[in-house]
Ligand binder design. Structure first.
Ligand code: GCV
Length: 674
């Protein structure tokens, strides 16, 4: 096989105590033999039990005539029973123990599959099965992974090898595809976009006969694990496929073209979930070319996809990437809001706006996007990035679930209650069903899938969080450690320390107080304080000899005022603005006293020294795990931790030196600043 099975590795044995006597798996679901999800649930449980406790489960099939697999129960053995129970919530399950038997009940087959994976988790963690009573319904309807894979096999912002979906302009469907679907489904992912939102070249042809047979095949593999396949779409496809001269969303000819195209695509791939579109952004085509709005563009596609139940996911990452750095008025942070707020209520029901967690671009710290809480009549989805483009590129450890928890918990004040981002994207605020959360994926064809072995915690964690947002980041981390590495206490406690320290550490030794960027241009790895300062990308820190930060208050770009009260007045006022976002909202003198009592410049020095100290401690603790982790994994991780140790110093020294030189102010603790 060559690659790892991560948290679904069944070769690691568990103590047989809890599972003693379980020898049957009983399927009490009519027509189960025709249901791929049930078949896969059975297969998974059988493989898990065979691998982890060395026991072959005998299949007993009930309620279905003529199956050769029927086996009488001897009366001695315990069984795992899969049963249909009407009236339960979509995709939910009840996993419990009844007179020694383990029952998984659900109204639909996805619920059964999720229950089966939950049971496997419980067995892996050696939790007491006789106490099982877990009723679980996913809070977010759409739990999606967005892959930025190109058809030539490269991955935009990919840090773990090449694509396993595409090689040399062909779609690959093999054992790894199935294992990917198993891994994703096991944490509750139910939708996947396989290709990059920057749709170019061969990818434009994914909606044509050239690829539709393979797309269909792939969608069937995914469907067997409850995952709907989505494709990223080229907005200008009618032109780039050489069929029309325009992509104007209000042109009858263009609309007719899309109607025909959707008919063809969905006619072939009936399971297809729909499309993801990046338009008028970073050089991609869109409705602006024709003086039309994004509602015009999205609705044109939505209307064509609606007869087939197709969903159009339209990204709000729309900004002017040709800005003049001399221009202090234009503010990239405003652009999503300014482009979409006036369109609230104008999108069709099968359109979802996909909104990045912050107004800029997946920085280590950003305020929550003001469209959350702004929009009240539009379906919304939160987009986060587990590919660590700006957070260490899977070479540094940065466990992002604590950040996502903060984002989901953010109160927007759009209503008196149920007003958090989590409420909005789970449909509780406005009663929508077309909503959820997407993560830009961090996988590639590396043996360990995610480059850094511990980056898998972000993949695992994202799925678990979207399914059960009430779980804490700690609970998810602990679970991931135990299902991946077993129940060794030292491994668990050390890895907990590593994961939970990693985001604060990364923030400390990189860019301070919410200012963001300061990364090397293009590849976005490593420090370069002025890397983007005089560029066209709208990402500036505006540091001079007196201070640093972007004035986004009412006296500056006015961005702070895009939030609802009281958020707007808090962000607008430098006395009230939280320290960690101060430089995002205000231009502040280096000598300004933060709420923490430190000056801005001393905070910069202290946090950078402290960040490196935490990393040193992390590395030391990790090294003590030698012998307790699989050797190859240990070696891989050790190499990455040593790189992080060295690289954190580079960040510290460059940032400290830069601000020392700009401000002329010494570190009051007299540490070495170059
Ligand atoms: C897929 C950032 C990244 C781009 C990415 C873009 C996006 O700008 O650097 O690589 O493009 O975000 O989210 O569309």
């Amino acid at each position: 096989m060559g690659y790892e099975q991560l948290w679904l590795d069944y070769t690691r044995k568990v103590s047989g105590r809890e599972t003693e006597g379980i020898i049957y798996i009983c399927v009490g679901i009519p027509d189960a033999e025709k249901d791929a999800l049930i078949q896969n649930s059975v297969k998974e449980l059988q493989e898990a039990f065979a691998g982890m406790v060395g026991r072959e489960l005998t299949l007993r099939q009930e309620g279905s005539a003529g199956t050769g697999a029927a086996q009488a129960r001897t009366g001695e053995g315990r069984e795992i029973r899969l049963v249909r129970r009407e009236g339960m919530r979509v995709e939910s399950y009840h996993l419990y123990c009844e007179k020694g038997d383990i029952v998984i009940e659900a109204s639909d087959s996805r619920g059964i599959l999720y229950g089966a994976f939950d049971l496997i988790r419980q067995v892996k963690m050696e939790n007491p099965l006789h106490l099982l009573d877990r009723t679980n319904a996913p809070l977010m309807p759409m739990r999606m992974l967005d892959h930025w894979d190109n058809m030539d096999g490269s991955i935009e912002r990919g840090y773990s090898g090449e694509s396993f979906f595409f090689v040399k302009d062909q779609i690959v469907i093999d054992e790894r595809t199935r294992d990917y679907a198993r891994l994703a489904a096991s944490v509750g992912i139910n939708a996947v976009v396989i290709n990059n939102v920057n749709v170019k070249d061969a990818a434009t042809w994914l909606i044509t006969d050239r690829y539709l047979d393979q797309v269909k095949q792939l969608s069937e593999v995914f469907a067997g694990y409850g995952i709907r396949l989505f494709l990223s779409l080229n907005y200008a496809a009618p032109m780039e496929l050489g069929e029309l001269e325009s992509a104007d969303p209000l042109s009858e000819e263009v609309r007719g073209w899309w109607h025909e195209r959707m008919k063809k695509v969905f006619g072939k791939v009936s399971d297809l979930g729909g499309f993801l579109i990046k338009a008028d952004s970073e050089g991609r085509p869109g409705p602006f070319t024709y003086g039309r709005t994004h509602a015009d563009g999205a609705n044109m596609l939505a209307e064509a996809a609606a007869p087939y139940g197709g969903t159009i996911i339209w990204r709000c990452f729309v900004y002017n990437c040709m800005q003049d750095w001399r221009d202090y008025k234009t503010d990239r942070a405003r652009s999503g809001y300014d482009n979409f707020m006036d369109l609230d209520g104008k999108f069709m029901d099968n359109v979802i706006l996909q909104i990045k967690n912050g107004p800029m671009d997946f920085q280590v710290r950003e305020p929550v996007h003001p469209l959350f809480g702004g929009l009240t009549k539009t379906n919304q989805m939160l987009e986060v990035q587990i590919a660590q483009e700006y957070t260490g590129q899977q070479r540094h450890l940065c466990y992002l679930i604590p950040m996502f928890k903060e984002i989901l918990g953010f109160r927007t004040y759009v209503k008196e209650e149920t007003d958090t981002v989590m409420d909005i994207v789970s449909g509780r605020t406005f009663g929508q069903r077309n909503c959820g959360m997407a993560a830009v994926a961090n996988t590639g064809n590396d043996d360990n899938w995610t480059g850094h072995d511990m980056a898998a915690a972000n993949w695992y964690g994202f799925g678990r969080l979207a399914f059960e947002p009430e779980l804490t980041a700690e609970e998810i981390a602990r679970e991931w450690i135990r299902v991946t590495y077993g129940n060794d206490e030292q491994v668990e406690e050390t890895m907990m320390f590593l994961l939970m320290s990693s985001w604060p550490a990364y923030e400390s030794y990189t860019s301070p107080l919410g200012i963001g960027w300061m990364v090397s241009p293009n590849n976005h790895y490593g420090p370069s304080v002025d890397g983007y300062e005089y560029s066209r990308w709208g990402t500036y820190h505006r540091a001079d000899h007196q201070g640093i930060g972007v004035d986004r208050s009412h006296e500056g770009t006015g961005y702070a005022m895009l939030y609802r009260k009281p958020n707007a007045s808090v962000y607008d006022d430098k006395e009230k603005c939280p320290d960690e976002l101060l430089l995002f909202f205000h231009h502040i003198p280096y000598t300004w006293k933060l709420r923490s009592g430190k000056t801005v410049i001393q905070h910069i020095y202290d946090s950078h020294f402290e960040g490196v100290e935490i990393v040193d401690e992390m590395v030391e603790q990790f090294m003590a795990l030698q012998g307790r982790l699989p050797e190859a994994a240990y070696e891989r991780m050790a190499r990455r931790f040593l790189e992080q140790k060295e690289h954190a110093r580079e960040w510290r020294d460059q940032i400290n030196a830069y601000f020392h030189r700009k401000s002329g102010i010494l570190d009051e603790k007299g540490r070495e600043v170059y």
